[in-house]
Ligand binder design. Sequence first.
Ligand code: COA
Length: 341
Amino acid sequence: MTGRTGVLAGIGAWLPPDLVTNADLADRLDTSDEWIRRRTGIRQRHAVPAGMAASDLAVEACSRALKSAEVSQVDAVVLTTSTPDRPLPATAPAVAARLGLGTVPAFDVSAVCSGFLYGLAVASGLVAAGTADRVLLVATEVYSSIVDPLDRSTAVIFGDGAAAAVLRAGSADEPGALGPVVLGSDGEFGDLIRIPAGGSRQRVPLEPGDEYFRMAGSEVFRHAVNRMSEACRQAVTAAGWQLADVERLAAHQANARILGALGDELGLPPGHVLSNIDTVGNTGSASVPLLLTQAAADGRVEPGQRVLLTAFGGGLAWGATTLTWPAVPALGPSEHPSRRD
Ligand code: COA
């Protein structure tokens, strides 16, 4: 299997048009712009209009990633989300069909906010195994459909959005080649982030609000910094790098304070730590690829730079990997989509 590695060939993102500012939230919740900014770093987040679902965002993001990669066909579609269009079937086949990708294998990966890192491992595994020469990986989230609008501790944090990447078969020494992907989980702490109802354990809500996302924020915070820094160290070592080689950190945008603590823990200069949390909030598994798309589009990450990716979230589950940024166009939310009809 030597010589066949997943290489980033294209990337794109999309954000739904509606904006929710901190002032909007302060109008209906016991919170304030000052608290939200100081404790999270968030100023605004995007939200879908009524009727828009995860697949709708995914199609937009995928169109941009395919256009970025200058391809119209792939061999598989891997989709990550915590907010599928429906509990069943998976959302990926609908996205593949709407993109005109034919009968390619298409399936969802469930790893909450670490979904994109898990998805990268799956997609590059498909490439390495020779199952696919090109994989479309998309992370799409409609957190506004699962966050309790009356819960100030989560309603202020999460936003909607999607981002996608095309991985192609290539060699490990090319720009864009993914390094080893480090993954981990700890189900002992599974209750820290959960939706109580809706699964086979508890089909319908027993208590009011059981259908909504719940997070024990301050406990999660501690795990997030520890797990991401540990995974980052492992991924850097597995890639044959030193931490001093890392020129950009693209970490899950959960909280600006987490990003600061993680950067400090890894000894990275603040300018190396990418962030867009102020304008998009926490977009779940879309967070890392959305950040990369926006940062590459506006020059905060440049071809040739060594980038460290990491994410953490419900499960608990986490991951990290490395790549040298390739010379591919990053098509951000405002770029014209590549419609396929
Ligand atoms: N506005 C005002 N006050 C708020 C608030 C809000 N939006 N949300 C919570 N508070 C209050 C709490 O009720 C609590 O009040 P109390 O002291 O009277 O009980 C106080 O602020 C502190 O709450 P706490 O939860 O300890 O705050 P925090 O500083 O930990 O910030 C989070 C809360 C959620 C922002 C933070 O814990 C966080 O980002 N956690 C990590 C999230 C994460 O890593 N997610 C990854 C997977 S998605």
